[in-house]
Design a binder for this molecule. Structure first.
Ligand SMILES: Cc1cc2nc3c(=O)[nH]c(=O)nc-3n(C[C@H](O)[C@H](O)[C@H](O)COP(=O)(O)OP(=O)(O)OC[C@H]3O[C@@H](n4cnc5c(N)ncnc54)[C@H](O)[C@@H]3O)c2cc1C
Length: 453
């Protein structure tokens, strides 16, 4: 029997996973349908920079890539929300101490991983090679695009890291060996290219968000390469992308919705007319492991809404957890895989849930008085109780498992809602009651922190 490991997909998950497996002494073949040039250029819908945070960075550190990655990032220290007719709301990233988000061009991260892989003799990437199906023993059937020839590859074990639209997942769903659950959301997005002068004058190492009714414009500044903003609109509204099809209409939209962004009008016009519409999905499936031979990993196993910036971070953490389990079980793939699925499925379900909740909170109600009151109370409580950090900071900057972060999130939201319901304005809050509630939350936080290694 062969002892070769196959990975389907040379996305960020497949590449990092290969490095971890090589570290454990395995020989790895990666099968990637794209050729090398298209792999290392950003595809439409994925041109905005990626946010790297604690979980992803810890995984990169383990393969000694932290420094080279960080040296190509822009440091983001906080977030500024611009709401029409209100003062901007600033929030500095904090969890135990000031924290940073590291923003990187996706293609640069790809290149760092790819160049590292090329130095490893035990990892081989087969570009322009599509995995089309699996045979009865779950071995992969590949087609070489250049020669248009098909062959079957024997492997000891297969990792399917073939992304959110995974061929593997669909193949096994058709065989009734796994079930998929998929949600499509009401908003759609387009990427808008942003001139560097605008980024330099406005961004100041903050992530920016302009909101007006249901329209949102996000800006992740990147001082190392091109910055793309993301315009998010509801699928059905007066200003949906389906209706923004003339330059006059788009200019009127920018004027009405984002007057402070009028200097970007030409960029909005050009890119809204030229760029494709992207939809928002989250996808889960069960089980991840087929017949102890094929494991779905990365976006192939679960894909979340992008707004918490956790897809790659969580996928990288998955690779690190798998590596630690291989070490724990002396490279026994069966034992490592079983425990991996037990631990990571519940954290994956939790981050998919947290991303959906964050979307509902952030993207559907900034102009509603109740939401603004919740938001202001959260800010005030953070000032009085600095450890009462918003759950989004625990997602990004802690390593507390997401299922525990999810419990903390639900409790945190319940505290804020209950205080707002009871006291209606910030001036009336009973601080004794607030501190009792918050202390019980902090106790729970400390319990989870103490169990996190
Ligand atoms: C708009 C947006 C913003 C995001 N922002 C962030 C962020 O700030 N931070 C963050 O952590 N995450 C972010 N994400 C999530 C992140 O992009 C994904 O989680 C991550 O790219 C998933 O990586 P992957 O390798 O699992 O899948 P993919 O990147 O999709 O890679 C899959 C690979 O498999 C190959 N493939 C597919 N089918 C086959 C086949 N049949 N045969 C051979 N090869 C195949 C594909 O060509 C591809 O190279 C964002 C996502 C979006 C959409």
């Amino acid at each position: 029997m062969t002892n070769k490991i196959s990975i389907i997909g040379a996305g960020l998950t497949g590449l990092l996973l290969a490095l971890f497996l090589e570290k454990c002494g395995y020989s790895v073949d990666i099968f990637e349908k794209r050729n090398e040039d298209t792999l290392t250029s950003n595809s439409p819908g994925r041109r905005a920079s990626l946010d790297l945070t604690t979980r992803g960075l810890l995984a990169l550190q383990e393969v000694s890539l932290l420094e080279s990655v960080i040296s190509n990032t822009t440091t983001i220290k906080g977030r500024t929300v611009h709401i029409n007719k209100h003062d901007p709301i600033e929030q500095i990233y904090f969890y135990k101490k000031q924290q940073h988000v590291y923003t990187i061009d996706r293609a640069i991260l790809f290149n760092i991983l790819l160049e590292t892989i090329k130095t490893q003799t035990n990892i081989k990437i087969h570009f322009a090679t599509i995995v089309e199906s699996f045979d009865d023993k779950h071995d992969i059937v590949i087609r070489n695009i250049a020669t248009d020839t098909t062959s079957c590859i024997e492997s000891q074990f297969i990792f399917a890291a073939d992304g959110a639209f995974s061929t593997t997942r669909m193949f096994y769903e058709n065989k009734n060996l796994l079930q998929i659950s998929e949600s499509k959301f009401n908003h759609q997005y387009k990427e808008i290219s942003i001139p560097q002068e605008f980024v330099d004058t406005v961004a100041m190492n903050h992530f920016h968000m302009w909101v007006n009714q249901e329209a949102i414009f996000l800006l992740h500044p990147n001082y190392y390469s091109k910055t793309f903003g993301t315009l998010i609109l509801p699928e059905s509204s007066n200003y949906s992308f389906a209706k923004l099809i003339s330059s006059q209409n788009i200019s009127k939209f920018v004027n009405d919705y984002f007057p402070s962004l009028h200097s970007l009008n030409n960029f909005f016009v050009k890119d809204i007319l030229a760029n494709p519409i992207n939809n928002l999905y989250s996808i889960s499936c069960q089980p991840w492991l087929i017949d102890n031979k094929v494991l779905l990993i990365g976006d192939a196993a679960y894909a979340m809404l992008p707004f918490l910036g956790q897809g790659v971070n969580c996928n990288f953490e998955d690779c690190l957890v798998f590596y630690n389990l291989l070490q724990k079980y002396n490279n026994d793939l069966q034992q490592a895989t079983q425990e991996y699925c037990e631990i990571r499925k519940k954290t994956a379900d939790a981050i998919v849930y947290l991303s959906e909740q964050n979307y509902l909170e952030q993207y559907q109600g900034w102009h509603d008085a109740k939401t603004l009151l919740h938001y202001k109370l959260q800010r005030l409580l953070e000032k009085c109780f600095p450890e009462f950090v918003p759950y989004q900071f625990l997602v990004r900057f802690s390593t507390i498992p997401f299922d525990k972060v999810s419990l903390l999130r639900d409790k945190q939201i319940a505290i804020i809602h209950s205080l707002c319901e009871q006291y209606k304005t910030l001036d009336n809050i009973d601080w004794l009651e607030a501190s009792t509630m918050i202390n019980s939350w902090l106790l729970l936080l400390k319990t989870y922190e103490s169990k996190t290694v």
